[in-house]
Design a protein around this ligand. Structure first.
Ligand code: AP5
Length: 217
C-alpha cells in the first residue's frame, strides 16, 4: 500500500524545509505544487504564465489547473510507493480531488502533519528567505544562513528572493491561507489523520516532532 503524506500549514511555516529532509529520510518523492508552478514559470509554459498572474498577487491558482498538474505529477512512476505532498491540497475541492485520484492508484492520504507558528514568525521567515536557483534549496538570512552570502552551500548556484516574498504579497498569502486553506485542518482532523506540530522551534526539533508523529500514526 503506498504512503501519501500531506504537509499542511501556513506560508513560511517550514513545509518546504521539512519536506526536503523527510523525503530523503523516508525515501518518498517531494511533490511541491509551488515548485511545480515555479518550474513552469522558468520554462515559460502556458501553465506557468497563467500561474504567475495569480502567484504574483498572492492568490491561489484555480483548482482545475492545479489539480490537473498534480494528477500528471502523481501519475509518474516514482510516486507508485507514495509521495510527500507540500502545498497541495489547499482547498476542500482539491482535497476531495486528491482522495479520488489516490483511490485510482490504490492509495489514500495516510498522515497530515499540520505545522503551526504565529503570523509574526511567518512574516519574518518569508521576508528573510533565500532560495537556490538550481534545486530550490532553502536558506534564511538569519535563521539558516548560507556559508557564503548569495551562494547555495549544497550546489554552488545563485540564491534569489522569491517575487511573492515581498511584504505586501506575504500579507495577502497569509490572508488567503486563513480563508481558503485553514478549513482543511478540520476536514483532516475529523478523519483522524491530523497531527499538530509546533513549527516555532529550531529546524531539527521540528523534524524530530514530525518523525515522532509519523511513527505514532
Ligand atoms: P508555495 O510555494 O507552496 O508557498 P507557501 O505554501 O506559501 O509556502 P512557502 O514555500 O512560502 O513556505 P514553506 O512553509 O515551504 O516555508 P519554507 O520551508 O520555505 O506556493 C506559492 C504560490 O503558488 C501560492 O501563493 C499560490 O499562488 C500557488 N500555489 C501553490 N500551491 C497551490 C495550490 N495547491 N493551489 C493553488 N495555488 C497554489 O521556510 C520559510 C523560511 O523559514 C526559509 O527561509 C527557511 O530557511 C526558514 N525556516 C524554516 N523552518 C524554520 C525553523 N524551524 N526555524 C527557523 N527558520 C526556519
Amino acid at each position: 500500500m503506498p504512503t501519501f503524506i500531506v504537509l499542511l500549514g501556513p506560508p513560511g511555516v517550514g513545509k518546504g524545509t521539512q519536506a526536503k529532509i523527510l523525503a530523503e529520510t523516508l525515501g518518498l518523492p517531494h511533490v511541491s505544487s509551488g515548485d511545480l508552478f515555479r518550474e513552469n514559470i522558468k520554462n515559460q509554459t502556458e501553465l506557468g504564465q497563467l500561474a504567475q498572474s495569480f502567484m504574483n498577487k498572492g492568490e491561489l491558482v484555480p483548482d482545475d489547473v492545479t489539480i490537473g498538474m498534480i494528477r500528471a505529477r502523481l501519475s509518474l512512476p516514482d510516486c507508485r510507493q507514495g509521495a510527500l505532498l507540500d502545498g497541495f491540497p489547499r482547498t476542500i475541492p482539491q482535497a476531495e480531488a486528491l482522495e479520488r485520484l489516490l483511490a485510482e492508484f490504490g492509495g489514500r492520504v495516510n498522515h497530515v502533519p499540520y505545522i503551526t507558528a504565529d503570523e509574526s514568525v511567518l512574516i519574518a521567515r518569508l521576508t528573510g528567505r533565500w532560495t537556490c536557483r538550481a534545486h530550490g534549496h532553502i536558506f534564511h538570512e538569519k535563521n539558516n544562513p548560507p556559508k557564503i552570502p548569495g551562494i547555495c552551500d549544497l550546489d554552488g548556484s545563485e540564491l534569489y528572493q522569491r517575487d511573492d516574498d515581498k511584504n505586501e504579497t506575504v500579507v495577502r498569502r497569509i490572508q488567503v491561507y486563513f480563508t481558503q486553506t485553514a478549513p482543511l485542518v478540520e476536514y483532516y482532523r475529523k478523519q483522524g489523520r491530523l497531527s499538530e506540530i509546533n513549527g516555532a522551534q529550531p529546524i531539527d526539533s521540528v523534524t524530530a516532532d514530525l518523525m515522532a508523529a509519523l511513527k505514532n500514526k
